[in-house]
Design a protein around this ligand. Structure first.
Ligand code: CUA
Length: 316
């Protein structure tokens, strides 16, 4: 059994135990409310012989039963804790399974994701989509570039905050291939609700292939329209904030767009990555996500916008 399953099993056992206790208490309350009142003689004080039954009830159900229940749960907790990996073991070997470190940085309002390897030429930078190999426990370092955010993927793990000046860790394991939706869980400004995260669990081979494709620079434009798109990207302010590796765009403020077409969603996960939305996002970001760092770019001509959108969609 993995650590997550052990903790989950302990949680379930506690829930069942306390549910039974709550039901018994509720039953007693109902019984008290409904029982016949009887005469004074039938309700002798606890101290008298006739009240011995009452004393026994208090001793057994008021003292022995709760103490035994809590002791059993305490024992189970100690047993579970002893079976968990030690924190020092985690710190010594972050990402041991992968020979890489995965860092997630919170931004207003998107998640930056970096895979760093011993050989820096193998590093991968992306946004919003965190790919993981299925069946492996991976330690992820959580940091923030601005305010406090929180990393939350309900199906995989509880919330862990991203705090300025501090590195927190979360250990994740995608048990099966598929997408696990996540989002920022700490109010971080007006677009907090549009700060999403998608964990993509993939079989080993698919994961390696994904890393390999992300390492490549952006594809060279193969048509005149794509070349215009690239020139527009480099000259129309996009490159001041965004990076497309292999071009003159080296901005680090916004998400790396080298392989933006490989991602399902844009704008911190707020919108689908399709032609119409992409074009609308470029021109009217402030209408779609008011307050975002992405400015409106209404100065682009129709031809430039079409070419720019096509260029971005070609960046697989
Ligand atoms: Cu980031 Cu809420």
């Amino acid at each position: 059994m993995g650590s997550e399953q052990r903790v989950a099993a302990l949680g379930s056992a506690s829930l069942i135990a306390f549910s039974i206790v709550a039901l018994v208490i509720a039953g007693i309350l109902v019984w008290l409310a409904l029982r016949p009142r009887g005469s004074l003689a039938e309700h002798a004080p606890l101290q008298s012989d006739a009240g011995a039954d009452g004393t026994r009830i208090v001793k057994v159900w008021g003292i022995v039963f709760p103490v035994v229940t809590l002791l059993v749960l305490f024992g189970l907790t100690l047993k579970t804790m002893a079976a968990l990996p030690r924190a020092s073991a985690l710190e010594c070997a972050p990402g041991t399974d992968e020979a890489s470190d995965i860092h997630v940085y919170g931004h207003q309002w998107w998640f930056e994701i970096n895979y760093t390897f011993r050989d820096p030429s193998q590093n991968v930078t992306t946004a919003t989509e965190l790919h993981l190999p299925v069946g492996r426990s991976v330690t992820i370092a959580l940091e923030t570039r601005d305010v406090i955010h929180s990393f939350w993927v309900p199906k995989l793990r509880g919330k862990v905050d991203l705090i300025p000046g501090q590195v927190n860790h979360v250990r994740l394991r995608a048990s099966q291939p598929g997408v696990f939706e996540g989002e920022c869980a700490e109010y971080c400004g007006v677009q907090h609700a549009h700060m999403r995260l998608r964990i993509v669990g993939e079989a080993r081979a698919a994961y390696e292939a994904w890393l390999e494709s992300q390492r490549r620079p952006a594809p060279e434009p193969s048509t005149e329209a794509l070349a215009l798109g690239r020139r527009t990207f480099e000259s129309a302010a996009c490159g001041l904030c965004h990076q497309v590796r292999g071009t003159g765009a080296h901005g680090l403020v916004g998400p790396d767009l080298t392989h933006v077409a490989s991602r399902e969603r844009i704008a911190g996960g707020a919108f689908p990555n399709d032609t119409a939305t992409l074009a609308a996002w470029v021109v009217h970001a402030q209408d779609l996500k008011p307050g975002a760092q992405m400015p409106d770019l209404p100065q682009l001509t129709g031809e430039q916008l079409t070419a720019l959108t096509a260029y971005l969609q070609n960046n697989h």
